[in-house]
Design a protein around this ligand. Structure first.
Ligand code: IDP
Ligand code: MG
Length: 168
């Protein structure tokens, strides 16, 4: 893991700021259902910046590491088997409060409790098929980006012309 997984340095009007990055993945159900463009578009429209993107099939070992906090729970084996069952789309999104913002875009774990307007509220029915993953804190974001991305796979620094219209 390197600094690339944690922050980038954004120069806005001469002010250099550290910017948070978080991990988001479209799960195999979202990919199978053709929701990749729809889901990426929601994060883009929110103003977050895409700084890493790849489609991949997750190994059992990686899935068990990623979901390590849930080991021993009744749904763990099913979750690992589901997340490794087909391709996912792994992403790194950057922006102010990226982890919390991405969780708001995603919604609650159970789609039945997730409001309309969120990804899970609009596009999912079942807690075991909730189409997208998002890191639950900045620290989890760093950990999970380190699991799914290698050095060189994330953009180092990319200043968009529109950044000043998104972040004060
Ligand atoms: P999160 O994805 O909203 O962070 P977590 O509690 O971290 O939710 O659970 C990880 C994933 O495990 C969930 O997204 C969901 O797919 C699955 N999961 C969590 N709780 C249950 C459950 O009670 N039954 C089936 N699957 C579950
Ligand atoms: Mg979680």
């Amino acid at each position: 893991m390197t600094d690339l997984h944690k922050v980038s340095y954004l120069d806005i009007g001469g002010t250099v700021a550290t910017v948070e990055r978080t991990f988001v993945a479209i799960k195999p159900d979202g990919v199978e259902r053709g929701l990749v463009g729809e889901i990426i578009g929601r994060f883009e429209r929110k103003g977050l910046k895409l700084v890493g993107l790849k489609q991949m099939v997750v190994s059992k070992e990686t899935a068990e590491t990623h979901y390590g906090e849930h080991k021993g729970k009744p749904f763990f084996d099913g979750l690992v088997s589901f997340i490794t069952s087909g391709p996912i789309v792994a992403m790194a999104w950057e922006g102010k409060n990226a982890a919390a913002i991405a969780r708001n875009v995603i919604g609650a774990t159970n789609p039945a409790q997730s409001p309309q307007g969120t990804i899970r509220g609009d596009l999912a029915l079942d807690i075991g098929r909730n189409v997208v993953h998002g890191s639950d804190s900045p620290e989890s974001g760093v950990r999970e980006l380190g699991i799914f991305f290698k050095d060189g796979e994330l953009l180092k620094e990319w200043n968009r012309a529109c950044d000043k219209w998104i972040t004060e």
